[in-house]
Design a protein around this ligand. Structure first.
Ligand code: NAD
Length: 411
């Protein structure tokens, strides 16, 4: 497997394994998924022609419980990418103390090329081919890049129809009327803002003096920006795949979000000047928040990063080479497995609500989330300080130790 994301995940695992002297046998197991499912989906397009798509589900580790992880619709989806993403899900669930292992799936396509009806057929086709490997006690998918609660709703319906079992228990990130949780849509972005708040507390940062640049203005980037703005931080740059915007006096994310909703793009937004996505990453800000895709901070630009802190809301945005460069330059990286763990945490609250039949209010969900995110951050931060290691390594230490002790308890 040569994909950068996988090489990154592999190298992070080995580094953390060395730190805690992880048993060789466990390490070998954790370096690859328990199952990697690959299928070809065939759907009929609106014009009557048929088209095929490659689809994947990686089930990394079930030692802590059912596989858990999102579904991504993107041109770059590959066997290696879903493998890496499923590994990160295992560490994330472990770090957050959830009774789940890691999974991840995806379909290789540019979803913007398909109509809504074609997307629905494709989402249903995914469930048709993978119905036997998904299940409330085996593998529980959720939304990720270019997927959302509507897509999850189609999948719930398809799963229920095809298997006769309750699909609502098998997917999280569902629409509210299908048993979704209040606060799930905001959870990953808001969770990142809770971490930012706790980081500020630890490092003595004042929100009003703290500038932020955010790459990616989708579900995660938008809600992060919204809460960070409300907490008084200054958002000076945002971007989507086509446009990056900069205003040193600050951008109101709600205005930008409204504009994007109306025009489907950030291009032409008047309250800011246009820069490139590469320039956004190199802005002289306190906090840089990659919230789009993997490997955007790499050997080529790591020397040019001027931010003091990187908050990884995307999964795997920093390559292993860049991680070392940033570490040497004393730039603090708050790793994905804690920074973006808000989504899977509220997925867990959703799953609990489905089991108990008790619906929490949005405030209750967000309070629970804030408490969990901040407590976990403090635990990781303390290890980072006590051991003088990077925050990433500290987070991996907590995650891997829990997995290792479960292996030992089972043997
Ligand atoms: P999304 O599809 O809602 O948004 C992605 C955003 O990134 C869009 O604004 C898109 O235009 C932008 N983008 C894509 N390519 C880009 C590029 N090359 N440069 C700049 N921007 C680009 O997806 P999302 O759910 O917000 O996920 C974003 C990241 O967060 C992913 O890495 C995902 O794995 C991670 N994540 C998501 C969740 C979740 O709950 N949705 C949870 C944990 C982690």
């Amino acid at each position: 497997m040569k994909n950068d994301a996988y090489l990154n995940a592999h190298s992070q695992l080995y580094k953390a394994a060395a730190e805690i002297s992880l048993d060789e046998e466990i390490l070998t197991k954790l370096d690859k998924p328990e199952h990697l499912h690959k299928r070809v989906l065939s759907i009929e397009l609106d014009n009557g022609e048929s088209r095929e798509f490659l689809a994947f589900r990686s089930q990394h580790s079930s030692i802590l419980g059912p596989y858990k992880g999102g579904l991504r619709f993107h041109e770059e989806v590959s066997e290696e990418e879903v493998t890496a993403l499923s590994m990160w899900m295992s560490w994330k669930c472990s770090l957050m103390g959830l009774p789940w292992g890691g999974g991840k799936g995806g379909i290789k396509l540019d979803p913007h090329e398909l109509s809504k009806t074609e997307l629905e057929r494709l989402s249903r086709a995914y469930v048709d081919v993978f119905q036997d490997v998904l299940g409330e006690n085996t593998d529980i998918p959720a939304p990720d890049v270019n997927t959302n609660e509507t897509i999850i709703g189609w999948m719930v319906d398809e799963y229920t129809k095809k298997t006769g079992k309750d699909g609502k228990k098998v997917f999280t990130g569902k629409p509210l009327d299908l048993g979704g949780s209040r606060g799930r849509t905001e959870a990953t972005g808001f969770g990142g803002a809770y971490i930012l708040s706790e980081l500020s507390e630890a490092e003595g940062l004042q929100p009003e003096n703290t500038t932020i640049a955010i790459q990616g203005f989708g579900n995660v980037g938008y809600y992060f920006a919204e809460l960070a703005f409300d907490l008084g931080y200054k958002i000076v740059a945002i971007s989507d795949s086509k446009t990056a915007l900069y205003n040193p006096s600050g951008i109101d994310p709600r205005n930008a979000g409204e504009y994007k909703k109306n025009t489907s793009s950030l291009a032409g937004f008047e309250d800011a000047s246009t820069i490139t996505n590469a320039e956004l990453l190199e802005l002289d800000v306190e906090i840089l928040v990659p919230s789009a895709l993997e490997n955007v901070i790499n050997e080529e630009n790591a020397y040019k990063i001027k931010a003091d802190y990187i908050l990884e809301l995307a999964n795997g945005p920093v390559t292993k080479e860049a991680d070392e460069i940033l570490d040497n330059r004393l730039i603090v990286v708050i790793p994905d497995i804690i920074a973006n763990a808000g989504g899977v945490s509220v997925s867990y609250f959703e799953w609990q609500q489905n089991q108990t039949g008790v619906q929490l209010s949005k405030d209750e969900v967000l309070q629970k989330l804030e408490k969990l995110m901040k407590e976990t951050f403090r635990k990781v931060w303390k290890i980072q300080q006590d051991k003088s290691i990077s925050t990433r390594l500290a987070a991996y230490v907590v995650a891997l130790e829990r997995i290792a002790s479960k292996y030992k308890a089972n043997n």
